[in-house]
Design a binder for this molecule. Structure first.
Ligand SMILES: [Zn+2]
Length: 259
């Protein structure tokens, strides 16, 4: 992106974790016997008079039902840097897995931006009701999303699209049918919030996805696309890496500034 565009700051907001699993869950068929920790995040993109939230986190009821370790209501965490969830105007939904969509009710005045393909798969396609997809679905969050159809609070984006100067949504399928990543102009160039396109920085460094992939060939193509769109690989941020909390300046409890 051009330097004449406004530059934004990006914050990682941890609302749950650490969650422990086999390495194989986050690095395709690698190292079944070793455990790894991951966190759950939403992100804040701030600048040029705008505050955007990327992903919704998990609503309290689902966090309780799923007994998610280390859970704090994202509303409470966001308030630590002065973001009032009830006043947020724009929320980007990267994909419709429960840890990214369940908290949609926490942003009652927001307009949500989602890829058309992602909306149609999870809300309309009967395949989304099959067990492997239900495992990662929050029916309550999906119902809220479905009910927004046809209102001005839902924008279904078709492919790559700028939504503000310096903020572009990029179609990035593979992890889900219509995942989108967010390209953000920053003081250091174009950063990309990749969400679960890669769970870890290692997914990008090693060209190996997590095991949660609906289309491996699409993922490899997406990988090349996001890598060529980002100004440098260290500005390509994953969805769940512990390092987003430990390796960046902490600005409040559970919140770091990535760029
Ligand atoms: Zn996730």
């Amino acid at each position: 992106m051009s330097t004449s565009l406004p530059a934004y700051e990006i914050y990682a907001v941890k609302y749950a974790g650490p969650i422990v699993s086999s390495v194989a869950m986050v690095l395709w068929l690698t190292d079944w016997d070793t455990k790894i920790e991951r966190n759950y995040y939403v992100w804040v993109v701030r600048g040029n008079g705008e505050t955007l939230i990327v992903d919704c986190g998990v609503a309290p009821a689902l966090a309780k039902a799923r007994q998610i370790p280390g859970y704090v209501n994202p509303v409470e965490v966001l308030a630590r840097i002065g973001v009032e969830a009830s006043e947020v105007q724009k929320v980007i939904i990267t994909h419709v897995h429960f840890d990214h969509i369940s908290g949609i009710e926490l942003f009652p005045n927001a307009t949500f931006y989602i890829q058309d393909e992602e909306f149609h798969f999870w809300i309309k396609d009967p395949v989304a009701q099959k067990p492997p997809f239900l495992m990662v679905t929050d029916p309550v969050g999906n119902r809220y999303l479905a009910d927004l159809e046809g209102t001005e609070r839902l924008v279904c984006v078709k492919g790559d699209q700028a939504i503000l100067p310096g903020i572009e949504l990029l179609s990035a399928p593979g992890h889900t049918p219509g995942l989108q990543v967010v390209a953000v102009n920053t003081a250091r160039g174009t950063a990309i919030l990749g969400s679960d396109c890669g769970h870890l920085f290692r997914n990008y460094q090693e060209e190996v996805p997590s095991c949660f992939i609906v289309d491996l060939v699409a993922w490899m193509t997406t990988y090349d696309k996001v890598k060529s769109a980002v100004s440098s690989i260290d500005l390509l941020f994953p969805g769940h890496d512990m390092k987003m909390l430990t390796d960046y300046p902490m600005v409040a409890d559970g919140i770091t500034r990535l760029v």
